[in-house]
Design a protein around this ligand. Structure first.
Ligand SMILES: C[S@@+](CC[C@H](N)C(=O)[O-])C[C@H]1O[C@@H](n2cnc3c(N)ncnc32)[C@H](O)[C@@H]1O
Length: 300
């Protein structure tokens, strides 16, 4: 299909998505055939996870659709027979109030077809993107994490999703780590982190990078031997293969609250914070035996 042809009916389809979002089953049936031509509509059924913090947002070719629920159905305008149409379907899935999973699929179909796009589970061949909301770890809890990971003067400490850089600044300034590396996708957090590094007087030992931690290569973490995390179970399980591949034996991973799928922590502790809340902290050490390509299928 030429891109001109695709664009020409995209506008029509965008309108139809909006209309059909709340249409009855009869409306959908009427929309399927055009009696004056031999054109036929296609039906796209989309399956989504059932238990979510809020209904998933679905976009078809960038257009926000209106339906809700775990099973949704969209009907295209009448399409030319024999041509292959290619569509991008994107869902923003929120399993809890701090995680957004962005799941994308490209579907190919022809006029008259009924197809199902199953977005209920992650597909390791088409990686999800994930965003975690910023919630800072209190400084006294960062110190407990540092003790658990035995941070000392030989360590290069990294925080994936560093927020305002409280973890790496505390590790360098108060636990003597030789360097801190923080990576965050949010430009606002990145500039706060840089500013905080400056005002804490250790900017020469802090490196802040802007980027998506799900797009890192092993070389990005070449010097790191302590990894501090406060993300989410869904994010950790997606980071795990990269961490196993990139981190040298002896590297400690210390996580505030969240686990790593079926990779059992070496130690888990619960501590009381200065704010009187309880915090659960986990630590793992990379042994070198993790790099066996094993992947946990339990977290979708
Ligand atoms: C829960 S906060 C933790 C902040 C800091 N580590 C702490 O403990 O104070 C999660 C951070 O991860 C960042 N983040 C979320 N998704 C990301 C992604 N895909 N790539 C990079 N950073 C991300 C957010 O901008 C946020 O600053």
């Amino acid at each position: 299909m030429s891109s001109t042809h695709l664009r020409a009916w995209l506008a029509a389809f965008a309108m139809l998505i909006g209309l059909i979002g709340s249409a009855s089953a009869q409306d959908k049936a009427d929309a399927k055939a055009d009696p004056k031509t031999d054109k036929k509509a296609a039906t796209i059924k989309i399956l989504l996870p059932e238990t979510l913090y809020k209904p998933a947002e679905v976009r078809i070719e960038g257009v926000l659709t209106k339906q809700s629920g775990a099973e949704r159905s969209f009907v295209t305008p009448p399409l030319d027979a024999g041509k292959v149409y290619i569509y991008k379907v994107e869902a923003v899935i929120e399993p809890n109030n701090y995680t957004k999973i962005i799941r994308t699929r490209e579907v190919n179909f022809k006029a008259g077809e009924e197809l199902t796009v199953d977005l209920r589970k992650k597909d390791d061949k088409i990686a999800d993107d994930v965003r975690i909301r910023w919630v800072p770890t209190p400084k006294d809890i960062v110190k407990k994490m540092g003790e658990l990971a035995k941070i000392g003067k030989e360590d290069v400490v990294c925080d994936l999703g560093c927020g305002d850089a409280v973890m790496i600044i505390t590790a360098v300034k108060e636990m003597g780590a030789k360097k801190g590396i923080g990576i965050d996708i949010d430009p606002k957090r990145v500039s706060e982190a840089k500013e905080n590094a400056k005002t804490s007087g250790i900017a020469d030992k802090i490196e802040i990078r802007e980027g998506n931690i799900l797009k890192l290569d092993a070389k990005d973490l070449a010097d790191v031997n302590v990894m501090m995390l406060y993300l989410g179970d869904e994010m950790n399980i997606r980071l795990r293969p990269m961490l196993w591949n990139a981190l040298k034996p002896g590297t400690r991973i210390v996580s505030h609250r969240f686990i790593m799928g079926d990779w059992k922590p070496e130690k888990t502790i619960t501590v009381k914070g200065e704010d009187n809340d309880e915090y659960t902290l986990h630590v793992w050490t990379i042994t070198g035996k993790e790099k066996d390509g094993k992947f946990d299928k339990k977290v979708d």
